[in-house]
Design a binder for this molecule. Structure first.
Ligand code: GTP
Ligand code: SPV
Ligand code: MN
Length: 610
């Protein structure tokens, strides 16, 4: 008797016509074999392969160069295919599912000819967690297989889980306008998330990342880049999972999870949403310069949050690895990440599109410690000349979270950790204060909704342009964000003890365009204020403003910081008359959601507008 997984794989093979089908077991031995083949291919001059780096300085680390047109997420080619356009909302590209499948079927016909189809069984979340999900991805790229081994819990035992795991309960959500979409009854043995991935011929004109939320299916063709190709990550754990969260009453968010330990040894758990390339990984591994304070890492990109029996919000990180931005990472900015990259617990570590020091055979990127090496090849393997970027600005590493020296001992706790504070933050060079505490849940949800951020190189688009990015989820919410905002409000109502909500901005600049706040490790000073406001609100001061509570300089621990007072004060300026353009921009954005925008958001808007 064939299983549902075997039947699905057979169907995909019939379409894609690979030479071979290989079922991955997720073992280290398997990863070593795949890498060896890639290294051999490099030696004979093939493309899309692996280069072994200096093992002494970077144990078990390999460099991979991607196709030069394929170096970041492509939001304009990413679609969410609900049966109704309204369900996808103005925040998503939409295509009718039938039409989308016809298009993809055509593009996928024979796309794996001459190649191996790898079948990857994996879990998002700890296998014992009630919140985890079993998934299958097929791919024709060995780099994707090795990356998935690092980023997820990949194992044959997942196959046994499929067929016994529970079918998601549907229909508990109280949000009105999703009623048009049909949720198919998923048979028990069919209860797995399906990911179809092929790079096709890398043609950017034939590149699509399509999501079919009701079928728990992602279909991605034409790109081998991270978020486009590692389908457990943004595609499933955010776009599809956010939809499951709406139906089932939980939240899938683009958030860091950390535990902040104070000098008494108490640990307060916090989740923080910042847009792509805006500091999540750095925050997740923060090394505190304040004596007695320590940050424990649970996740750097994605949080799944459920309401526990105690009425609190409990978070798990569904991932098992870190896919982080290389440029700017150093012993100075993020020592724990450098230690993680050099860790030897988990095999292997991958670098993608960094530069290469050809004298020492080490990876290199702008901002790494030490002098610029004399002999570099750039991210495309060409001799580097000063004045050009050596590493691609969105070059990244893929490394196991188990190699992280600050990994929380709760990381593998199937229940997750209880969240006491939620932080929203954007990259804003002007206007937005360093930190603000919201008045209450609804007011905090609005601070997330009106969030803006200047665009980065994590996706293909013009950099540095301000765009609204609610909860850092604009590219990742798998349905109409108007309904997503209602869902957030509903979650607050269902909790006996909801987290406090804060917003932060590390990126305000002075008149010379220099960052005012030192950021990185020093962000612990802001976290300390947040934790104190959560645990001892009467003991620690704050000033009321139209946006929320803001610390005065005396309320922040600033000892040892060498920044003039006038400069620091600039970080907290809130002059509502400067907010005209900002509020107009927020209003224009809110209007896009029409009837789907909850009334409460207009109430909050009007309170600030005054
Ligand atoms: P994704 O992986 O794309 O989701 O990004 P991320 O949010 O994890 O961002 P990451 O921590 O990798 O940081 C991205 C860039 O922001 C890097 O170049 C960092 O050096 C820089 N950065 C991070 N934290 C700070 C900070 O506190 N201050 C300043 N000025 N820059 C920061
Ligand atoms: C992001 O862009 O937010 C990332 C990298 O975390 S990717 O996985 O490619 O989306
Ligand atoms: Mn991210």
């Amino acid at each position: 008797m064939t299983t549902a997984v075997e039947r699905w794989v057979e169907e995909q093979a019939k379409l894609t016509k690979p030479d071979r089908i290989y079922w991955c077991d997720g073992s280290e031995e398997e990863a070593r074999r795949i890498l060896e083949i890639g290294i051999y291919r490099e030696k004979i001059g093939a493309e899309q392969v692996f280069h072994q780096l200096n093992h002494k300085n970077w144990p078990d680390a390999f460099l991979h160069r991607s196709h030069p047109t394929d170096v970041a997420r492509t939001e304009h080619l990413t679609y969410v295919c609900h049966p109704g356009k309204e369900t996808a909302g103005p925040n998503n590209n939409w295509m009718d599912p039938v039409e989308a499948k016809q298009k993809l079927t055509k593009l996928s016909d024979g796309c794996m000819r001459g190649k191996t189809m790898y079948v990857i069984p994996y879990m998002m979340g700890h296998p014992d967690s009630p919140y985890s999900k079993a998934c299958i991805q097929i791919t024709d790229v060995s780099y994707v297989v090795v990356s998935m081994r690092i980023m997820t819990r990949m194992s044959r035992s997942v196959l046994e889980k499929i067929g016994t795991s529970r079918v998601p309960t549907v229909g508990t959500s109280r949000v009105p306008t999703v009623g048009t979409s049909r949720v198919p009854t998923v048979g028990d043995s069919d209860n797995f998330v399906k990911g179809f991935h092929s790079v096709g011929d890398f043609d950017p004109n034939k590149r699509f990342i399509m999501h079919f939320p009701d079928e728990h299916l992602v279909w991605s063709i034409g790109s081998g880049y991270g978020g486009n190709a590692l389908l457990g990550k943004k595609c499933f754990s955010l776009r599809i999972a956010s939809w499951l969260g709406l139906k089932e009453g939980w939240l899938a968010e683009h958030m860091v999870i950390i535990g902040i330990e104070d000098p008494q040894g108490n640990i307060t758990y916090v989740a923080a949403a910042l847009p792509s390339a805006c500091g999540k990984t750095n925050l997740a591994m923060l090394e505190s310069p304040l004596p007695g304070y320590k940050v424990w890492t649970l996740g750097d990109d994605i949080a799944w949050m459920n309401i526990g029996p105690d009425g609190r919000l409990w978070a798990i990180n569904p991932e098992a690895g870190l896919f982080g931005v290389a440029p700017g990472t150093s012993m100075n900015t993020n020592p724990n990440m450098i230690k993680t990259l050099k860790g030897e617990k988990f095999y292997p570590t991958l670098f993608t599109n960094t530069a290469l020091n050809i004298d020492t055979n080490e990876p290199w990127w702008e901002g790494l410690d030490g002098p610029v090496p004399a002999n570099l090849v750039d991210w495309q393997g060409k001799k580097w000349t000063p004045g050009n970027k050596a590493a691609h600005p969105n070059s990244r590493f893929t490394v196991s979270i188990y190699d992280c020296p600050t990994l929380s001992k709760e990381f593998d706790n199937p229940k997750g950790v209880p969240i006491s504070a939620i932080i929203f933050g954007g990259r804003r060079t002007h206007l937005i204060p360093l930190v603000v505490e919201s008045f209450n849940w609804q007011n905090g949800v609005f601070s997330g909704v009106r969030m803006g951020s200047e665009t980065t190189s994590a996706a293909v688009h013009k950099e540095g342009v301000l765009r609204r990015d609610p909860m850092a989820m604009l590219p990742f919410c798998g349905y109409n964000m108007g309904n997503y905002f209602s869902h957030w409000l509903n979650m607050g109502r269902k909790m006996a003890n909801p987290p406090k909500i804060f917003s932060v901005n590390w990126f305000r600049v002075d008149d010379d365009g220099e960052f005012i706040w030192p950021g990185f490790g020093e962000n612990i000073r802001v976290l300390k204020w947040i934790v104190d406001r959560v645990n001892e609100p009467d003991k620690i001061g704050a000033k009321e403003t139209p946006l929320g509570f803001i610390p005065q300089l005396k309320d922040l621990y600033l000892d040892g910081l060498d920044i003039p007072k006038e400069k620091l004060e600039k970080l907290f300026e809130v002059d509502i008359k400067d907010w005209g353009a900002e509020l107009t921009d927020v209003k224009n954005f809110l209007e896009k959601f029409g009837e789907n925008l909850p009334e409460e958001m207009w109430d909050e808007y009007n309170k600030i507008k005054g």
